[in-house]
Design a binder for this molecule. Sequence first.
Ligand code: NAP
Length: 246
Amino acid sequence: MTERQVALVTGGSRGIGRAVAVRLAADGYDIAFCYRSGADAAAETEKLVREAGAQVHHAPCDVADFDAVQEFVAETGRRLGPVAALVNSAGVVRDNPMVLMPVEDWHTVIDTNLTGTFNFCRSVGFGFMKRKQGVIVNMSSIAGVYGHATQSNYAASKAGIQGMSASLAKEVAPYGIRVNVVAPGFIETDMTDRLPEKVRAEALKSIPLRRYGGADEVADLVSFLVSDRAAYITGEVVQIDGGVAL
Ligand code: NAP
């Protein structure tokens, strides 16, 4: 990249989102990122992004709130310039067998993971089409591909992201805009740290490479999909899971 463009990363304060923000900063993007409430973690991401040589804008923004998302995108434009790359990484889990799942946990996960991803794609879409330029990477999960017991809400949200992204990819391809999905397996972050030890041990047995992935490894894949090296790839779901599907 000759002049710095702007990448917007949701859920950029921690985990995979932070690794993506830092990686895209090193790739030459200025970075906007949002999070829900963790200001200390956001300050740490800001520091890492600045060390990578990028300008940064961040603020709390509930991805499920369409008005807040529109305002965050507009403020990013005023501070850094128009968004050129969007990575939707914000996500939550509320695990339970379906028959025990509180209805509000169904809605929280769908509203955050699926509607949140829609809200950001919807908010940058017109700008991308007007400029005939833009790239989107949405974060799914292998749970969205294969399902996972106790994760009917999460798996539905992630499968929804895949269907939504494929549809959007078809709509915007004529404008030169690419939309891809990354579906990680077990990645070492706060989200997987919170799992009971028994679940972690079981998960490990199902991974042929016999280890969890690193957030940096997911960030490398996102960096590739965002870049022109992936200029002929759109509408794909790329799994990064240590071979779980084998
Ligand atoms: P994480 O460490 O728990 O971080 C989640 C991030 O999302 C935080 O920055 C959090 O901000 C933000 N967030 C949550 N709810 C939000 C909301 N309503 N509005 C705005 N931001 C919100 O998660 P992760 O492990 O990095 O996961 C990142 C993405 O990868 C998620 O979509 C997840 O489903 C997906 N994924 C993860 C794994 C894995 O093994 N870790 C596997 C497959 C897919 P606060 O800290 O302020 O709440």
